[in-house]
Write a protein that binds this ligand. Structure first.
Ligand SMILES: Cc1cc2nc3c(=O)[nH]c(=O)nc-3n(C[C@H](O)[C@H](O)[C@H](O)COP(=O)(O)O)c2cc1C
Length: 242
């Protein structure tokens, strides 16, 4: 099978940009200074998720049927924190240490959310600002996001019933700066860590999730308004109360 070459680590021939002394790229996608941000519940005030780890692991499974009840902002805050939360800024603020591991601590991901049912947050498209632990509003004028995401994901109808859809993109240069042509495994393995934390966090708060990788690349990139080259959609997960 031709694709198997991608499972193997390549032999690095070129110097990486880090070796060449080029500056480290920003750890978060920039956004307008005057953007309206939505406050989330700060990690110190989140009172959720106090079940035993073994119970959370035992309960972990993919859920595709959800109650109609919304998530609370505290629940959403918890799920965002457990998947991408920044615990510490390192090396003078150039690097983040988070609730998940990432090769070289480069964390090349952004989290987009299609919000359908979260208390006090209007439906629409948002981006999680992990450093600020806030939400950036991107588009609340598109009532068709739930049906569009179903189309993009090969018409998997249950996706349209989710309270929230997480869409993880990567900005590959963040990892390429450090690892050059050897970035593929770091990027793909890292996003798996993020989704596993989501499964366990959902398991701890009576929410259900299901990982999704069956989607049309161009349509998903277009839906969240990214260029598909400098930023590429990688993976999704849908979430609802169970
Ligand atoms: C990388 C990955 C991609 C997946 N893509 C889909 C998907 O597109 N649609 C879907 O219904 N489930 C998807 N799943 C969920 C799997 O079907 C599910 O994990 C598997 O059936 C085992 O069930 P469990 O998670 O309940 O143990 C995906 C899971 C992973 C890890």
């Amino acid at each position: 099978m031709e694709y198997r070459k991608y499972l193997k680590n390549p032999i690095l021939e070129d110097e990486t940009d880090q070796m060449k002394g080029l500056p480290i790229p920003p750890i978060q996608k920039p956004y307008p200074k005057d953007a309206k941000l939505i406050d989330l519940v700060v990690p110190e005030n989140i009172k959720l998720g106090n079940i035993s780890l073994i119970k959370a692991i035992n309960n972990r499974e993919s859920h595709r049927n959800y109650l109609k009840s919304p998530l609370t902002i505290e629940e959403l805050s918890f799920l965002l924190w457990t998947t991408q939360g920044v615990k510490k800024l390192d090396r003078g603020g150039l690097v983040t240490l988070r609730t998940v591991p990432s090769g070289g601590a480069m964390h090349p991901y952004e989290t987009y959310l299609i919000i359908n049912r979260v208390n006090e947050i209007p439906p629409g498209l948002y981006r999680y600002l992990a450093i600020e632990h806030k939400l950036l509003t991107l588009n609340t004028n598109e009532p068709e996001f739930p049906s569009k995401i179903v189309e993009v994901c090969n018409r998997q109808a249950f996706i349209g019933t989710a309270a929230v859809v997480f869409i993880w993109s990567c900005r590959p240069y963040r990892t390429e700066w450090r690892y050059g042509d050897d970035s593929l495994k770091d990027i793909l393995i890292g996003v798996g860590h993020i989704c596993q934390n989501l499964y366990l966090a959902c398991s701890a708060i009576d929410a259900g999730t299901c990982a999704i990788v069956a989607y049309n690349q161009k349509e998903l990139d277009d839906l969240i308004n990214i260029d598909g080259e400098y930023e590429i959609a990688l993976y999704l997960a849908i979430i609802g109360k169970i």
